[in-house]
Design a protein around this ligand. Structure first.
Ligand SMILES: C[S@@+](CC[C@H](N)C(=O)[O-])C[C@H]1O[C@@H](n2cnc3c(N)ncnc32)[C@H](O)[C@@H]1O
Length: 276
């Protein structure tokens, strides 16, 4: 989670006022999300500790994954590059949001690689760790494009220059960065693309926002498309969407540091999952 974090009432009010003056539309759109969190509650899942093997089974990819050493090396490179740029990295270091965890980054890379994805969409960039892992996989596949929708932290403008810092210039040809909230930008992008092979949700982790994004992408997910949804344990969005959507297989996966969970949705290859 993120947003106002644990600051004093006066500080929160000041940050809100500044955000309202800078970007009234996005700030007002954020208010229902803030209110909706009062109805969010943690969900207990059956966590799949062998998720990585099962994910490879669903993808029809070999296990143990021959790509594992390369993924570990890439993770080390990204952490080192961010460190060399003098940027913070890890849990709750982006104004209360977190950089991607190593397990999520690895899962994202394997899904794009093994599915040979061409159209990839993500929400939530921050310093760009998942973006980098997607773009590395697309580069290795030799084709494909990533569209990333991201609202730079509305209440922490000092973080904005860090947006996408993990993505090197040479990979930006295959990357379209779309600034704005998913609520504003995703419907148009979904209409424009018409089909998505892989979707990564890592933006605002409320039930309301997660379901909105899953609904929109679910309508255009390719027959063997995959969604990766971060931070599913703090609200009921993922559980409700997957329960009400036929034609999918799901996995609940622990983050590498065991602090959080992410979910995987694989379409069953026959038809698009209907809206949850
Ligand atoms: C958890 S961070 C993303 C981490 C990133 N995927 C990574 O790999 O490190 C969440 C990002 O989503 C942005 N964000 C917040 N609300 C959003 C919204 N409604 N739509 C799109 N992006 C949003 C945040 O400002 C932040 O940049």
């Amino acid at each position: 989670m993120a947003r106002f974090e644990s600051s004093s009432g006066v500080d929160r009010l000041w940050r809100f006022g500044r955000a309202l003056a800078t970007d009234p539309v996005e700030t007002l759109l954020y208010l229902p999300e803030e209110w909706s969190q009062h109805r969010d509650h943690p969900v207990a899942y059956d966590v799949d500790t062998a998720w990585e093997e099962h994910l490879h089974g669903l993808l029809g990819a070999p296990w143990p994954c021959p790509e594992a050493p390369r993924a570990a090396e890439l993770w080390g490179t990204v952490v080192q590059e961010l460190h060399e740029c003098g940027l913070a990295f890890g849990r709750h270091t982006y104004g209360g949001y977190s950089d991607a965890d190593e397990s999520l980054a690895r899962a994202v890379r394997c899904v794009v690689l093994h599915r040979q994805a061409v159209v990839v969409v993500e929400t939530g960039v921050a310093r760009g760790v998942t973006s980098r892992f997607v773009l590395e996989a697309l580069e290795q596949n030799g084709r494909g494009h990533l569209w990333s929708i991201d609202l730079p932290h509305p209440f922490r403008p000092g973080l904005h220059p860090e947006t996408g810092a993990a993505v090197p210039a040479r990979q930006r040809r295959a990357w379209t960065y779309i600034e704005g909230s998913s609520r504003r930008r995703l419907p148009h992008l979904a209409r424009q693309l018409g089909r998505v092979d892989v979707f990564v949700h890592d933006s605002l982790h409320t039930a309301r926002n997660t379901r909105f994004e899953m609904d929109r992408i679910g309508r255009i997910l390719a027959p063997n498309g995959v969604m990766l949804i971060d931070d599913i344990s703090t609200h009921q969005g993922f559980a409700r969407w997957t329960r009400s959507t036929p034609g999918i297989t799901t996995l609940v996966c622990p983050s590498a540091d065991k602090e959080g969970l992410f979910g995987v949705v694989c379409a069953d290859g026959r038809a698009r999952p209907s809206t949850g």
